[in-house]
Design a protein around this ligand. Structure first.
Ligand SMILES: [Zn+2]
Ligand SMILES: [Zn+2]
Length: 349
């Protein structure tokens, strides 16, 4: 099969590799659509701490069942699974035996491997998935939309983790893919949402997709708007989807006393600047949020019921052969790109 292999940072080559064989409990998926994530760009640049090389990057994908491993008869929740079925992939391989897995927190698994990071990913014609973490693709969803269930699950996890509920004022910092999805999920949780970004185009889309307020952090201070609409108290919840030094500093100024800051984005630095004095004296809850854990069913429900708009955030499309240049392009200038999707032409088996 053809695969875009990242041999080492800055070196990605399209070449023929063997089609992987599904092990017990695994499924071979013929990839139909794969999102390109910021973490794929970090993997390409060598700035993602979790990626080992050589690696086939890509972890946001949907496809069709091509082969079932030993003992596999069903997907998540005992849904029947047959060759040719359309599926949505949760791209994790938790060990199932460590203390985190036994506690049900498989996103925190001590032996976790993830497609595109430590296990071969979806910038290839075929990829392996865990049968128990495969979900039948509803006919109403396109393969492109189905591929975006992964970032949507990231958003669902963060909104749940922040304890967002009806009537909350939520600030979402960053209006890229994760920010736009987080904003939509927070709206569905009953919140009023203020979206920020430094791109007017992204804020325009945020407003179209339902943000109650948008503020361009490049030209105005988000704090002014947040204080104006919260009568100088601050927001109940701040979710930082950008993870830049600037947004991280802003979080504690935007949140109210006793409010919650949830981090999805991260700088990758050994240490970051944030006011611990404000966190302590204003009794702010500061939470990390990493990938997802039992969040795909919620994400799928939101997508199938059309309560979240996925297709509007897809701004660019590439073919598998274009992955090397796409990653190079996104690593240099990705500002106008929200979500790029790799589409797979019908291939002969
Ligand atoms: Zn991702
Ligand atoms: Zn584990």
């Amino acid at each position: 099969m053809k695969a875009a292999v990242c041999e080492e940072p800055h070196k990605i080559i399209l070449r023929d590799v063997n089609v992987p064989g599904p092990g017990p409990g695994e499924v071979l998926v013929k990839v139909k659509a794969s999102g390109i994530c910021r973490s794929d760009v970090k993997g390409y640049l060598g700035t993602h701490p979790g990626v080992i090389y050589p690696m086939i990057l890509g972890h946001e994908f949907s496809g069709e069942v091509a082969a079932l491993g030993e003992g596999v008869e069903s997907a998540y929740g005992d849904a029947p699974l047959e060759v040719g079925d359309g599926v949505i992939v949760e791209p994790l391989f938790p060990c199932g035996e460590c203390t985190a897995c036994l506690a049900g927190d498989y996103n925190l698994c001590y032996g976790l491997t993830m497609a595109g990071h430590q296990a071969p990913g979806s910038f290839a014609e075929y990829a392996i998935a865990r049968a128990a973490l495969l979900y039948p693709k509803d006919q109403s969803l396109s393969f492109d939309e189905a591929a975006l269930m992964e970032p949507l699950a990231v958003a669902v996890h963060a909104v749940k983790r922040a304890g967002t509920s009806i009537g909350d004022m939520v600030v979402v910092l960053g209006s890229g893919t994760i920010g736009l999805l987080t904003m939509q999920v927070a709206k569905k949780a009953g919140a009023t949402v203020i979206a920020t970004d430094v791109s007017g185009d992204k804020l325009h889309l945020a407003a179209d997709l339902g943000a109650d307020y948008v503020v361009n952090a490049d030209t105005s201070d988000p704090c002014e708007l947040v204080m104006a609409v919260t009568r100088d108290r601050g927001a109940d919840v701040v979710i930082d989807c950008a993870g830049t030094p600037q947004t991280l500093m802003q979080t504690v100024d935007l949140v109210r006393k006793g409010g919650t800051v949830t981090m999805i984005g991260w700088t990758g630095e050994e240490s970051d600047r944030i006011s611990l004095t404000k966190i302590t004296r204003r009794e702010i809850n500061l939470l990390g949020s990493i990938i997802y854990c039992r969040d795909f069913p919620t994400a799928i429900e939101l997508a199938v019921s059309r309560n979240v708009n996925l297709s509007s955030i897809i701004t660019h499309e590439f073919e598998l052969a274009e992955v090397p240049e796409a990653l190079e392009q996104l690593s240099r200038d990705g500002h106008e790109v929200i979500k790029a999707i790799v589409k797979f032409a019908e291939q002969e088996d």
